[in-house]
Design a protein around this ligand. Sequence first.
Ligand SMILES: C[S@@+](CC[C@H](N)C(=O)[O-])C[C@H]1O[C@@H](n2cnc3c(N)ncnc32)[C@H](O)[C@@H]1O
Length: 297
Amino acid sequence: MKNALPVNANDCVIQIEHELSSHDLFYGHGTDNSWSEAQWLLTSVLTSDGVEKITAQTCITAPQMSRINELLAKRINDKVPLAYLLQEAWFAGYCFYVDERALVPRSPIAELINHSFEPLLKEAPETILDLCCGSGCIGLACALAFPESRVILADISTQALAVAEINIKRFGLEERVSVRHSDLYQQITENFDLIVSNPPYVPQDEYLALPHEYLAEPALGLVSEQQGLGIPVKILKETGAHLRDKGLLILETGYTWPDLQKALPQVPFLWLDFEEGGEGVAAINSTQLHEHFQNKN
Ligand SMILES: C[S@@+](CC[C@H](N)C(=O)[O-])C[C@H]1O[C@@H](n2cnc3c(N)ncnc32)[C@H](O)[C@@H]1O
């Protein structure tokens, strides 16, 4: 943007939005439109520069404007998700650290966490597993929602776990939350009241056709064999053995959910509705998992 300074925050956000919407960009990594992304970019630059209260009249300084232009150029030219450029992503009301080692948090499960999984959970869970944790956003937001709980964040990627560890420290949760390097349940010996999982579920051929922004993310976090169903089905088969009595699995399979339901027509998935957008998240309890998957591995 070429501005004659001074410019205020109101004019600046309008100009950022104009720049973003004039280019062929995809929104789906923390925002779903150019206006929200413009606000996020400006707010992040100002707050990281020590501005505590931002109003429409807040004056943008020359160094702030040059930082905004630098970020805009990378967003537009490289089509990198803004979350990676800012190294932050908002999830369930909390600001997480992110970088290219882990997926950008965006699961609709945030809405369930903000409602403490009511009415699905009758009691606060004491033990929680975030399987396929990436940045740890789901498990850590659960730990914050249930202050008495103990949480394990598990992932096959040591790189993603390094990001999760940064977030454990960021929220001061070292005493209650730990990471576990595991291929699904291979290194998990414990049982849990609540298991939450947002695993990879994108079919390989569809991955190759995704907008450029997704290619900045680790493919390991997105792609699953068997037309996207391979990992979700493995999780369904193995979870019963790791849930306590009355335990609950929350499993996200996104837009592939009709395929999963079609592949397993007898399984009584409860597909959840979201006020804030999103689809393909199922609740299924330990009794149902035992009934439909025990001894069928
Ligand atoms: C869709 S990302 C979700 C990350 C995080 N839960 C979130 O919502 O942002 C899926 C994660 O699963 C991990 N993953 C892929 N295959 C796995 C496996 N076999 N066992 C454990 N984790 C796996 C990836 O490394 C990635 O971090």
